[in-house]
Design a protein around this ligand. Structure first.
Ligand SMILES: [Ca+2]
Ligand SMILES: [Ca+2]
Length: 444
């Protein structure tokens, strides 16, 4: 990937040189390869993974992004005009063509215990070009003015100190999720090659009122990659998009993820987490713990992601229907497949466990009331049977074999169940669940 960036930059430079020659110029000049897009400020460089700004006390500061890869700040300092650039990868990004046979100076110094070195070249006109590299990013600083070597090298040091040295020991600032549900379009470097992609979601409605969603990724060179949601045989077609975000699951892999979540039936949600790898758009799968198969997408709605852990919410049908959340992580083998975080359950998320009203007699659909002795395991007490007439609230479940509950007096415990997947009957100790409870409020 790095090689590709370097090549792109080399081509840009070649274009700049060619432009300079065609114009018949033989003096050094900052030829700007097109397209140059003016931007508002240094925050616009962040999607490129670059943090540069003009030095303090600079005047006439302007910002631009060149060919979606190179960040540029132009400014005036002490009456001299400067062009400061940075881009991921190696190579000369200065875009300055011309003769530099007057002199080359290598500047080295120590900063924060690390060696930094820049090369300062002097043009025939007296202009100075400084270039340096730091943490995989190339920098250049050019001025047409005949400033002294001391002036240019101390300005380089000032800029390096101002932005700080990248320290691999430091945790980088986490990428803040970008919500583009309203805009339907966003720009970011999705695949970490230093060039911005445009991602957008196009929703069309057919003559039957059925919605079709297409996720498009357009690269800097105009190539469009498409993902038609629902195209895969078992990928459900989202009818109502509720979440559209850019997130960063792993800050170290150079990639961002696009999250698309929505309702595919009546209040049945699915979450698609997608990556663009430079050649195609991939959808993360999720492992079905019962069958062992991998499905495209994760059932449930996307709630958020933190430290690589994705939270999904969904209706859980275990001893009644209740709203729960579960946390998923990418499986360790490096595949783009999510599994529930080991040892964690679906957690009830409707606030019922904290609400005293849950235990009121008239509250229906929250606390359950037993009508027969219910075999359970109480925490700290072991296996026992709860007498008929006991109220309990289901608080969590693995959605396959156990349910956690809390009693009105605060004691907690576990109910073991077996779900018969042929007739979808759930049994506790061999007896159908409905035999134990006055009402089991299932939705749908
Ligand atoms: Ca990119
Ligand atoms: Ca990442």
């Amino acid at each position: 990937m790095k090689r590709k960036v370097a090549l792109t930059l080399a081509l840009l430079l070649a274009a700049a040189l060619a432009a300079g020659c065609a114009a018949g110029e033989d003096k050094p000049s900052a030829q700007l390869p097109n397209p140059v897009e003016e931007v508002d400020g240094p925050e616009d460089f962040l999607p490129l993974g670059i943090a540069i700004d003009a030095p303090q006390n600079a005047e006439d500061v302007s910002y631009a992004i060149i060919s979606d890869t190179v960040a540029q700040v132009e400014f005036t300092l002490d009456g001299n005009g400067y062009t400061y650039r940075a881009a991921k990868g190696e190579g000369d990004i200065s875009g300055v063509s011309g003769l530099f046979n007057v002199g080359t100076l290598n500047v080295n110094w120590e900063f924060e215990g690390k060696g930094v070195s820049a090369v300062v070249k002097t043009a025939e006109t007296g202009g100075r070009l400084a270039t340096w590299e730091e943490a995989g990013i190339s920098y250049s600083l050019w001025t047409e003015s005949a400033v002294s070597d001391d002036v240019i090298s101390s300005l380089v040091l000032k800029l390096v100190v101002q932005q700080g040295l990248a320290d691999p020991e430091d945790t980088p600032a986490p990428f803040a999720p970008v919500d583009f549900l309203e805009a339907r379009t966003a720009q970011a470097d999705l695949n970490g090659d230093g060039a911005l992609e445009t991602v957008n979601l196009v929703t069309t409605t057919d003559e039957y009122g059925w919605e079709h969603n297409t996720l498009n990724v357009t690269t800097a060179d105009g190539t469009v990659y498409e993902l038609q949601v629902g195209e895969e045989a078992w990928l459900l077609e989202i009818q109502w998009v509720t979440v559209l975000q850019l997130i960063d699951l792993d800050p170290d892999d150079g990639m961002l993820e696009v999250v698309l979540s929505g309702d595919y039936a009546s209040s049945d949600y699915i979450t698609l987490i997608c990556r663009f790898d430079g050649t195609q758009i991939l959808i993360a799968g999720s492992e079905d713990l019962i069958s062992g198969e991998t499905y495209s997408g994760i059932y449930g709605e996307f709630e958020g992601a933190e430290n690589g852990i994705v939270t999904i919410s969904d209706a859980v049908d275990v001893l009644g229907t209740w709203w729960g959340t579960r946390r998923y992580a990418l499986s360790t083998e490096g595949a783009f497949v999510f599994s529930p975080v080991e040892g964690e359950l679906w957690q009830r998320a409707d606030g019922a466990a904290e609400d005293p009203q849950t235990w009121a007699d008239e509250e229906f659909g929250r606390a359950l009331r037993t009508k027969a002795e219910l075999p359970v395991t109480l925490d700290g007490e072991g296996e026992t049977a709860l007498p008929a007439g006991t109220k309990l609230l289901i608080t969590a479940s693995d959605n396959s074999s156990i349910a956690r509950f809390v009693l009105e007096d605060g004691r907690t415990g576990t109910i073991a169940f077996v779900r018969d997947t042929t007739d979808w009957v759930t049994r506790i100790n061999g007896i159908e669940e409905s035999e134990y409870f006055e009402v089991l409020p299932y939705a749908g």
